[in-house]
Design a protein around this ligand. Structure first.
Ligand code: AMP
Length: 215
């Protein structure tokens, strides 16, 4: 099972990626999480990525692609990819890397959500500094405020979840990432998932979409 999730920031890709990876028993690969871990650990990769992330810009394609391809080789049995690809060149690089490994993509799910819902959702989003799970002070509160339900880690608001940065991330999404829909539609891989509703219901829709493509 090799699946890519695309959709605007705040569409719930991270939450659904965890749930789909659990359901299909494959690895979750999130390029955003990988960058955040590198930024926190102040690695050379993290230092390169930091200024782009803080501004809500995309990290340059070559940096992301190199990091991602190395990661793919660790999980030959399958993956759910959250946050990659985000541009046409990244999609082409992924296609080439998977073709070389004779492991083509099985499905691409596009999580659809209106821009206003994104802005409202991200204002309340809190992210675990340890396991990267996300919660929402209004929509998906933790049992103990500020503490991750999954691992007990401390929750923080991401710097790039501030409203002005969110609006910029949405512009970047529409400009650079939306063209991927056509790219994957033409390859017969795309399914759209309505990403407004209860978490469990959206997971059911996503699982059904993956199965629909595989059969
Ligand atoms: P995310 O957690 O997926 O929203 O990613 C957070 C930030 O990491 C993005 O706003 C980008 O700055 C960077 N990033 C993550 N994935 C990619 C990617 N595939 N291409 C470029 N930048 C990325």
């Amino acid at each position: 099972m090799r699946t890519v999730l695309i959709g605007p920031p705040g569409a719930g890709k991270g939450t659904q990626a965890h749930r789909l990876a659990d359901y299909f028993d494959v690895r979750l690969i999130s390029t955003g999480d990988m960058f955040r871990r590198n930024v926190r650990a102040e690695t050379p990769l993290g230092l390169k990525a930091k200024s782009y992330m803080e501004a809500g810009e995309l990290v340059p394609d070559d940096i992301v692609t190199e990091m991602l391809v190395q990661e793919l080789d660790r999980y030959p049995n399958g993956f759910v990819l959250d946050g990659f690809p985000r541009t046409i060149p990244q999609a082409q690089a992924l296609e080439t890397a998977l073709a070389e490994r004779r492991r083509p993509l099985g499905a691409v799910l596009k999580f659809a959500i209106p821009d206003e819902v994104t802005v409202a959702r991200l204002a309340g989003r809190r992210t675990c500094t340890h396991c990267e799970r996300t919660f929402n002070v209004e929509l998906k509160p933790t049992k103990v405020p500020g503490v991750c339900d999954n691992c007990g880690g401390e929750l923080m608001q991401r710097d790039d979840d501030r409203e002005e940065i969110v609006r910029h991330r949405l512009d970047v999404y529409h400009r650079d990432t939306e063209p991927l829909q056509k790219y994957y539609w033409e390859r017969g891989l795309l399914r759209e998932v309505d990403a407004v509703g209860e978490v469990e219901e959206i997971t059911r829709r996503a699982i059904a979409a993956v199965k629909d493509i595989r059969t």
